[in-house]
Write a protein that binds this ligand. Structure first.
Ligand code: NAD
Ligand code: UDP
Length: 338
């Protein structure tokens, strides 16, 4: 089994000062994982970021590389590995529908084997494992808003099944390890989260609409635009995961983590147009198969167990994200002749 993570800069210190053991973030070079690595380092942890760089990028964490408490390892979570860690955040998985449908078998195996290998690591080292689960475990929900007790409405043979069922099976594994081996587990169900460091071309609604608006391309609505989502700004979500990981071992979840303010996709398109001052037109495209028609988290449990609720309003979060995408687009453009 491959042993990862204990790199020279950290080792030099171990003899002289008592240091916390390592925190492992799988998928740490992705959108959410990179923000999590950054926050963990700010909080004084020593962090190993592992990633297979399929949908993530080294550039997401390049600004952290000079920190001696940070290391990056190329590792696919579908392969078994070992690392001496006390806390694992399992964030490795493609998350955007076009990304996870590109290699559906790989996605399913990432969900299942990624959780299994993270759990084995946790069991071996007595570590806590925090799982990035998803609102997709509720499928196209018949209960609204969704509570953690709802078992969902997933089409296991549809094109989203590879992601949804991989994540559902991962939750099953976490709870089985908890019951059988008393492994310290935590399951957070993430609802649509957006912010800086999303890929411009990752295909999700916020990145698509902002890039389309900033480049005056048509805004693509799939279906009639009346389907809803509830959008959480990345900083709020990371705060929730930090609180969750610091909560006692009896706080296991699953806990919904997301922003309960719900918006139809068509209204989101109009808001992005307004905030970007764009000349883009709105166009309608065929609906996505099995697209959930409504999604809003009940966050009563997160409020009660973590004392957490989102703070960043949608307008504010979108403005910050627009600023980020604008910067990326400008730096990609060739300089204009003077
Ligand atoms: P992302 O695609 O930006 O990040 C995922 C990271 O995992 C990438 O760096 C990718 O290279 C890596 N990865 C993928 N497969 C891997 C594998 N087999 N081995 C190792 N690394 C692998 O997506 P994100 O939005 O940052 O999502 C992070 C996690 O949060 C995912 O597990 C996702 O399912 C979950 N999640 C995200 C959202 C959201 O709205 N952003 C919602 C629900 C759940
Ligand atoms: N969507 C859209 N246009 C786009 C991208 C997405 O209308 O260019 C819709 C999509 O059909 C879904 C919602 O926006 O109803 C959110 O899609 P996303 O891929 O961001 O995440 P999902 O919640 O479906 O995983």
């Amino acid at each position: 089994m491959r042993k990862i993570g204990i790199t020279a800069p950290g080792l030099a210190d171990i003899a002289t000062r008592p240091l916390p053991r390592y925190v492992l973030v799988t998928g740490g070079a992705g959108f959410l994982g990179s923000h999590l690595c950054e926050r963990l380092l700010q909080d004084g942890h020593r962090v190993i970021c592992s990633d297979n760089f399929s949908t993530g990028r080294r550039s997401n964490v390049s600004h952290l590389m000079s920190n001696p408490d940070f290391s990056v390892i190329e590792q696919d979570v579908r392969d078994a590995y070992d690392a001496d860690v006390s806390l694992i955040f399992n964030f490795a998985s493609p998350a955007s529908p076009p990304d996870y449908q590109r290699d559906p078998v790989g996605t399913l195996l990432t969900g299942v084997l990624g959780a299994l290998h993270g759990l084995e690591l946790a069991r071996l080292h007595g570590a806590t494992i925090v799982q990035s689960s998803t609102s997709e475990v509720y499928g196209d929900p018949l209960q609204h808003p969704q509570q953690e007790t709802y078992c969902g409405n997933v089409n296991q043979i549809g094109p989203r099944g590879c992601y949804d069922e991989g994540k559902r099976c991962a939750e099953t594994l976490l709870f089985d390890y908890h019951r059988k081996y008393r492994t310290d587990v935590k399951v957070g169900r993430i609802f649509n989260t957006y912010g800086p460091r999303m890929r411009l071309d990752d295909g999700r609604v916020v990145s698509n609409f902002i890039v389309q608006a900033l480049t005056n391309q048509d805004i693509t609505i799939y279906g009639d635009g009346m389907q809803t989502r509830s959008l959480c700004y990345v900083d709020d979500l990371i705060e929730a995961f930090i609180r969750f990981s610091n909560a006692g071992p009896d706080v296991i979840g699953p806990i919904n983590l997301g922003n309960p303010v719900e918006i139809p996709v068509i209204e989101l398109a109009k808001l992005v147009l307004e905030l970007t001052n764009s000349r883009s037109r709105i166009i309608y495209m065929p609906a996505v198969i099995d697209d959930p028609k409504q999604r809003r988290p009940d966050i009563g449990l997160a409020r009660e167990k973590l004392g957490w609720e989102p703070r960043v309003p949608l307008r504010e979060g979108l403005s910050r994200t627009i600023g980020y995408f604008d910067g990326v687009l400008r730096s990609a453009k060739p300089a204009q002749p003077v």
